[in-house]
Design a protein around this ligand. Sequence first.
Ligand code: PRP
Ligand code: HPA
Ligand code: MG
Length: 179
Amino acid sequence: MQNDIQEILISEEEIQQRIRELGAQLSTEYAGRTPLVICVLKGAFIFMADLVKVITVPVEMDFMAVSSYGASTKSSGVVKIIKDLDVPVDGRDVLIVEDIIDSGLTLSYLIELLQGRNASSIAVVTLFDKPAGRTVNLEAGYTGFVLPDEFVVGYGLDYAERYRNLPYVGVLKPEIYSN
Ligand SMILES: O=P(O)(O)OC[C@H]1O[C@H](OP(=O)(O)OP(=O)(O)O)[C@H](O)[C@@H]1O
Ligand code: HPA
Ligand SMILES: [Mg+2]
């Protein structure tokens, strides 16, 4: 275990097993369609890579970068678009891939944006959900794991840009946080 990690909440094996289940579920749901799968960078890049490999219907992919946490463990409340999509979404079945839903601000902003661009359907798959963090009313159609109300890192999730490369999800030792 990495030195800065106090506790592993979900192991690499549990994550990979759950992703296979989500992939099977989504493949059934999207049978006969070609969804546009949108990765919400940066956090979702590892989940996206593992998930699309276990989806068996044809997919197209695009990437959007948004940020609201910076080097803090609390949302700034302002969702900033760093990189927009390359392709139009009008008339498309859009599947948004998120690593975590916490306050819900990032997703509610994205969903509104894509609705305004006339996507024909919008669904959300998130690997982690922290319902206790919610400040807006929002739920994903597909969720991997429900987490307790703690700031977590690993499997794409960062604290001040570090720890994204851990293959599991865990909680940092309290002395690592500077705020
Ligand atoms: O539900 P919310 O409270 O909005 O939190 C969830 C979002 O916050 C994180 O992104 P962040 O802004 O840290 O950018 P990053 O993905 O580049 O780390 C995470 O990856 C989600 O996209
Ligand atoms: O618990 C978290 N960890 C990392 N990034 C996050 N963004 C929202 N919640 C979290
Ligand atoms: Mg982050």
